[in-house]
Design a protein around this ligand. Sequence first.
Ligand code: COA
Ligand code: MG
Length: 304
Amino acid sequence: MKPRRSILSVPGHLEKMHRKAAGSAADVIMLDLEDSVPVEAKSSARSQIVRSLLNQDWGEKVVTVRINSLDTPFAYRDLLETAEAAGHRLNAVVVPKVDHPGDIHFVSRMLDGIEMEKGITARIGVEASIETARGMEGVSEIARASERLVTLVFGIADYSASVEARLVSISGHGESEAALYPGDRWHFPLSRLVMAAKANGLQAIDAPYGNFKDMEGLRESGLKSCALGCNGKWAIHPGQIDILNQVFSPSREDIDRAVKVLEAFEDARSVGRGAVAVEGRMVDQATVRMARQLYEQASHLKMV
Ligand code: COA
Ligand code: MG
């Protein structure tokens, strides 16, 4: 699977931002039809997204479209118009506020038909944004709903609204949290989502960080979600991309440590040991699995 360290959300109706996004270092560009697009611009945003998908040079980037949630009058047209006209340029459809596996079945079946009708051979993926109490409760069933699924995404602001958690910052996207709760108040739902994603071979993606001028806050928030097993995090501003790419890539130090573990373990195995001490720490096969994973990630990112 392609890396999804940084996912830049771009309002669907703003062509200038599409050009800027195409030239950015984000792994994924998500052209948005949902919350960053006002109701009166939904229709023009669809046409703009189709034009951008067809005409913009996206290079190696993954390009996705976020449709409106299925309980709105916009969603079916979002899906139909963008996938019919430009489905061969579309890597995945992001479905917001997924409450139930049926939401994914619906999108998936629609895409089956569109792909057949239009002769699209590269399967269009589906990304499920989990941002309601109901969606989080059934996250494992959602994660198993379709072969098309590639990621689960945590939608922090809508999730907060859904569980009636107090708003503690201007944007509600992950800042100033410590002021209200002594710990990380999203630890449980985010971990729950990561578990469901990884049990089903999906990538887990964290919500964006709303204060786009606070780079240290962004780094800290990204490091926390990376530590829990997230593969990447949404960005709402191009200024956030470099930090996310850095945070979700192994560091030189991480790679050196992994190599040391792998080498020590090879030596241990040759003398019939299953566990061995490296720099005063126990290394066993579980450590080796983590080291191997990190090395594979680094090699995928062409860092080794
Ligand atoms: N994608 C692409 N380009 C973006 C961008 C984005 N998400 N956000 C800002 N830019 C561009 C601006 O067009 C501007 O380009 P320019 O220098 O060529 O004029 C540049 O980056 C600097 O923008 P800036 O002035 O700092 O931002 P702003 O104050 O105008 O807007 C936001 C701030 C948050 C409103 C804006 O970044 C945005 O709309 N983000 C996306 C929101 C979104 O997608 N929400 C839904 C997902 S949660
Ligand atoms: Mg949302």
